[in-house]
Structures are given as structure tokens and as C-alpha cells.
Design a protein around this ligand. Sequence first.
Ligand code: HEM
Ligand code: HEM
Length: 140
Amino acid sequence: MSRITVNFIKCAIIYFIFAMLLGLHMSAGGPKYPYLQIHTHFNLLGWMSMMIYGVGYHILPRFSGKPLWKESLATAHIWLANIGLLGMALGWLIQSTPVHLFFSAVEGLSMIFFAVNMFKTIRAVDPPKPAAAKPAAAKK
Ligand code: HEM
Ligand code: HEM
């Protein structure tokens, strides 16, 4: 597996654990705000999206038979996805709209990096044609 895949999967697992702890905190009767928002997005933008990014970076180029369009864009993606998500959580925690908006935009930009990289990488591959029918065996 490439470094980007391993790092995304590791990040996904870490967010999963934190999201689970926040979920348990709410289940135990803790307040919902801001834990609900952070729980939701650690689960959906952290655990689920990052797992998909990691697996996607591994399998989509292989399915296409074509290398990833830009490794550097993937590196920028993982940094911005983490900075964006942690910043969004901070924005919710300190209840600051400007902080939340700024990091939401960072997160959104990271998503665009992934989208562009994948659009440039994936391509349809025609299935192999069936072997030409063999002429009927000559009768003796
Ligand atoms: C041990 C694991 C988990 C626990 C204890 C937990 C607990 C909770 C609790 C207590 C809430 C608040 C419900 C309310 O509105 O009163 C909640 C909301 C939510 N959880 Fe979890 N959760 C867990 C795992 C997950 C996972 C794995 C996902 C998604 C992959 C997820 C997605 C959500 C979402 C999207 C909401 C917000 C739903 C809404 O808008 O009302 N949770 N969770
Ligand atoms: C840049 C990306 C994203 C931004 C900036 C964002 C922002 C937000 C905001 C501001 C809310 C309202 C929170 C509140 O005040 O109650 C929200 C709610 C929600 N978002 Fe997102 N979101 C993003 C991505 C996603 C994605 C990818 C998913 C699902 C895969 C998702 C699922 C949800 C759900 C289920 C809720 C309702 C539960 C809650 O309030 O936490 N979001 N989001």
C-alpha cells in the first residue's frame, strides 16, 4: 500500500475512536452541543470519508490501469482534510462562525483536490474481447 493510503486509513481509525468516545459521552447523558456535530463529522468526514479516500487511492488507479494523476495533490489533500476537520471541530467547540467557516472551506478544498485527482485518474477500460470463435474442427 502507498503511504497516502496507509496514512488515510490510520487517520480514519483515529477519528473513529474519538467519534465513538464522543458518542458514548452523549449516550451517557452528556450535552449534545458541540459533541453531536463533532461526533457526526469525525464519523462521516473522518472515519468514513478518510477510509474511502485511503481505499480509493489504492484501488482506483489499479482499476484504471493508470497511475494516480498527481501524488502531490494527494499529499495536499490529506493535510488539508485533517486541518479542515480539526479546525471545524475547533469552530464548533469555541462556537466561532469565522473559525468554522474558514476550516470548512479548507475541508471543502481538500475534497475538491480528491475529486480532481480522481477525475484525472479514472478511465473506462474495455473488457477483454472474447477469443475469436475457433473454426469448427474439420470433419475427417
Ligand atoms: C459506539 C458508537 C456510537 C455511539 C455510542 C453513538 C452515539 C450517538 C448519540 C448519543 C447521538 C446523538 C443522538 C441524538 O440526537 O440524541 C448520535 C448521533 C449521530 N451519530 Fe452516532 N454513535 C456511534 C457511532 C456512530 C457511527 C459509526 C456513525 C456513522 C458512521 C454515527 C453517526 C451519527 C450521526 C450522523 C448522528 C447525528 C444524527 C442526527 O442528526 O440526529 N454514529 N450518535
Ligand atoms: C466541508 C464539508 C462539510 C461541512 C463544512 C459541513 C458542515 C455542517 C454543518 C455546519 C452542519 C450543521 C451543524 C449544526 O449546527 O447542527 C452539518 C450537519 C450535518 N452534516 Fe455536515 N458538513 C460537511 C460534510 C458532511 C459530510 C461529507 C456528511 C456526510 C457524509 C455530513 C453529514 C452531516 C449530518 C448528518 C449533519 C446533521 C447532524 C449534525 O448536526 O451534526 N456533513 N454539517
